[in-house]
Write a protein that binds this ligand. Structure first.
Ligand code: HEM
Length: 740
């Protein structure tokens, strides 16, 4: 007997663990292996040496009906060790026991030193061809489609840390092009903390937990981080981005991505151009508010991971346009006075527009987290012909770092043969042997020159699509440990960012600095950071100083006077809302026909409806189809929802007692369930759209809100109320509701 019939499974929200519902009883007969869920995919079938392969990884991956040992021998019992009699002792000859425990003992590999917490998806990149004039890269020619694997991550936290912490997010894309792999290993912020890779261990050691107590986890709100960035002021621009709403994205789907460094493109004639890569999300750039981020870290630490997987499963495929800012490759490598080799600087989009060159769409979830998301190995130095590095000293250091770290993390030099890392282009590298060698190489001459293997592999001749090491003239210089003088400006672009934000975004920045510095112990660290803020903006500095109870220092450098860059603000536009979640709070008195209609309209608009009621099960009684409840007053929390609809009043549920649910302590009126009051008051405070019909107004007044406030639509007609909310959601939040 199935616990969920087909109908309820169809209404179910994304997240079902398997493609078929299980029976309550333990199965007694093997059944054919379950197919993966429709949203899931694995690495494409390629051989360890990049040849299209008939070996379907899915079929190979333990889909059989009967349990075997690692040698393929069927076993009849895996619950009891082989013993000398039922009371033991256990016998040394029990190979099945030994093999099972040995393998389990070695299941863990080191997590990434940075970006340990991440989630990923498969997709396709389609090139518009608009970059074809700049680069001969085959995957950037018109209408070429390239499979990709994309991993998003936080930087500081461990693998098990929460998704919604304040941090930079990684945005790494592996393009499996026909000319080999190109990895664009970027972040959701266009600048970096340091100008030279030699300082990477310093910034990361400062941001990671304190080495004595190993706290705090996945946080920059502690003394060592602020000690470093206040002493090493080139970090101030990136720090300002982290303190802004960009540090707490609403979703991976709603983040911009940046290659950060300037890269060099090479066309088929050998002419070069400098570019910066940008990913622009079709869903717009949106963030959480800080309280939501904190609540989500506890209520749903997997908030971003779940959001990405659910969106893909429900068909709301995330999309980004790839674009480039294009600069002439001049000897100075500057543009409008901005040093293109300094990774702490942006070029405002108003000075160099981002020109779209292709579209990325994520269409499938991984089918195995470890095999794919954990074992994928990106490298900032994986270029294909037509794209190359510049002399940015941060990028140059990265070119060394990734191979090195992956050798340790993945345990052998053959990690490029792991299925998710296999190129989709033939590999004839003459690299041989080593732990975990998957390829069975042929021939006797893995060296060049040779005559025994007919001279193969030959190096590519002209016009044979070889990688291009484009000659690049270097200015005569001396060997020094120095940075160019232009790298000394540490404050002007932090100020540019600050003055480009809307007042509400500036409020959030001031609040974030006040929170983070408020969590520091050392007065000297706070004072030093206030000095840096004074050099960025005296108003910001004064606001943070007030919060810390400290005097605001005077600037020690002249304040820069840049033109604001409106492109840096997230406020003031409207965006598609597909894949967002809408809570529908229903109760015994709700008009179920209206609930059904609105639920179906939400789903039809490409959003995820979550019906919330006092208890689980179904709502029924009006003669129509039962309405499946996806969340109860115990399990629902506002942070999971982008908007809330109230299907009438919400009377007290029988378990609305603090002893049963501490949330029931929320202050309210006797007519409203306190958990619903809490949900609505949080949604109200976080400036989310709220809609309702019938007697919904009473819930709002119970939490001190008014149905006529900004971002609230209470109407007699349920469908019209939903339409009003849908329109409001396009601007992400009811910005006018934030206190002035
Ligand atoms: C613009 C600056 C940088 C950006 C945008 C960046 C971005 C990233 C991203 C997105 C990842 C995660 C890759 C994944 O999902 O597996 C990553 C990992 C990593 N990065 Fe960076 N990074 C930067 C600078 C550096 C520097 C300067 C170093 C070292 C000198 C470095 C060392 C590492 C290491 C060791 C990993 C872990 C790689 C692994 O274990 O697979 N990064 N970086």
């Amino acid at each position: 007997m199935s616990t969920q019939d087909d109908n309820t499974r169809r209404d179910a929200i994304p997240g079902a663990p398997a493609s078929e519902a299980p029976s309550v009883e333990e199965p007694t007969e093997p059944r054919l292996p379950l197919v993966p869920k429709p949203d899931q995919s694995g690495p494409d079938p390629y051989s360890p040496t990049g040849m299209a392969s008939r070996d379907d990884h899915g079929a190979a991956a333990q889909q059989g009906e009967h349990l075997t040992t690692a040698q393929g021998v069927r076993v009849s019992d895996t619950d009891h060790s082989l013993k000398a009699g039922p009371r033991g002792p256990v016998l040394l000859q029990d190979h099945h026991l030994r093999e099972k425990i040995m393998h389990f003992d070695h299941e863990r590999i080191p997590e990434r030193v940075v970006h340990a917490r991440g989630s990923a998806a498969h997709g396709t990149f389609r090139s518009y061809g608009s970059a074809a004039a700049l680069t001969c890269a085959a995957f950037l020619q018109k209408d070429v489609e390239t499979p990709v694997f994309v991993r998003f991550s936080t930087v500081l936290g461990s693998r098990g840390s929460a998704d919604t912490v304040r941090d930079t997010r990684g945005f790494a894309v592996k393009f499996y092009t026909e000319e080999g792999d190109f990895d664009l290993v970027g972040n959701n912020m266009p600048v970096f903390f340091i100008q030279d890779a030699i300082k990477f261990p310093d910034i990361i050691h400062a941001g990671k937990p304190h080495p004595d107590r190993e706290i705090p986890q996945a946080q920059s709100a502690h003394d060592t981080f602020w000690d470093f960035v206040s002493l090493h002021t080139e970090a101030q621009h990136h720090t300002m981005w982290n303190m802004s709403d960009r540090g707490i994205p609403r979703s991976f789907r709603m983040m911009e991505g940046f290659g950060v460094h300037t890269f060099r493109l090479i066309d088929s004639e050998g002419a070069t151009t400098l570019v910066k890569f940008h990913w622009k999300p079709r869903a717009g750039v949106h963030s959480l508010v800080w309280e939501e981020a904190q609540l989500a870290a506890g209520v749903d630490p997997d908030f971003h991971r779940r959001d990405l997987a659910d969106a893909i499963e429900s068909g709301a495929y995330p999309e980004w346009e790839l674009g480039v800012q294009v600069f002439p490759d001049t000897p100075e490598q500057t543009f409008e006075g901005i040093d293109l080799l300094d990774p702490t600087k942006i070029v405002p989009e108003e000075l160099a527009a981002v020109q779209p060159i292709g579209i990325l769409r994520l269409e499938a979830n991984p089918s195995n987290f470890f095999a794919e998301t954990e074992q994928v190995a990106f490298h900032a130095g994986h270029f294909v012909r037509g794209i190359d590095a510049t002399d940015d000293p941060l990028l140059q250091g990265r070119l060394f770092s990734y191979l090195d770290t992956q050798l340790t993390r993945l345990g052998s030099p053959n990690f490029s043969q792991i299925p998710i890392n296999r190129p989709h282009a033939p590999v004839n590298d003459m690299l041989r042997d080593g732990f975990h060698q998957d390829a069975v190489h042929q021939g006797v001459a893995p060296y060049r020159p040779n005559s025994l293997d007919g001279g193969c592999p030959f190096v590519a001749g002209e016009d044979m699509s070889a990688f291009i090491d484009v000659p690049h003239e270097l200015a005569a210089s001396a060997k020094v440990r120095e940075a160019p003088a232009s790298f000394d400006d540490h404050f002007s672009q932090a100020r540019l960012f600050w003055i480009s934000l809307s007042p509400v975004e500036q409020d959030h920045v001031a609040q974030a600095y006040t929170f983070e510095l408020g969590k520091c112990y050392e007065q000297a660290v706070k004072e030093r950071q206030l000095q840096a803020l004074a050099n960025i903006d005296p108003v910001l500095c004064a606001r943070v100083a007030t919060g810390l109870g400290l005097p605001a220092p005077e600037p020690t450098v002249p304040l820069a006077d840049p033109d604001p860059s409106p492109a840096l603000s997230q406020v003031g536009r409207t965006w598609p809302v597909t894949g967002r979640s809408v809570g529908i709070v229903a109760g015994p008195g709700s008009d179920l026909a209206a609930v059904r209609d609105v639920r179906d309209a939400v789903a039809a608009a490409g959003l995820v409806p979550l019906v919330i009621a006092a208890t689980g099960g179904t709502l029924e009684g009006d003669g129509g189809d039962p309405v499946t409840v996806q969340r109860t007053f115990v399990t629902a929390r506002s942070v999971e929802l982008d908007a809330v609809l109230l299907a009438g009043a919400s009377s007290m549920a029988p378990d609305a007692e603090v002893a049963q649910d501490t949330k029931a302590a929320a202050p309210t009126s006797p007519d409203v369930d306190p958990r619903v009051a809490l949900l609505i008051s949080e949604a109200y405070r976080h400036c989310k759209a709220i809609g309702g019909w019938a007697d919904a107004s009473g819930v709002l007044t119970a939490v001190g809100a008014s149905p006529s406030d900004a971002g609230i639509v209470i109407l007699d007609n349920a469908s019209e109320a939903w339409t009003g909310v849908l329109e409001l959601m396009g601007s992400h939040r009811a910005w006018d509701r934030f206190p002035a």
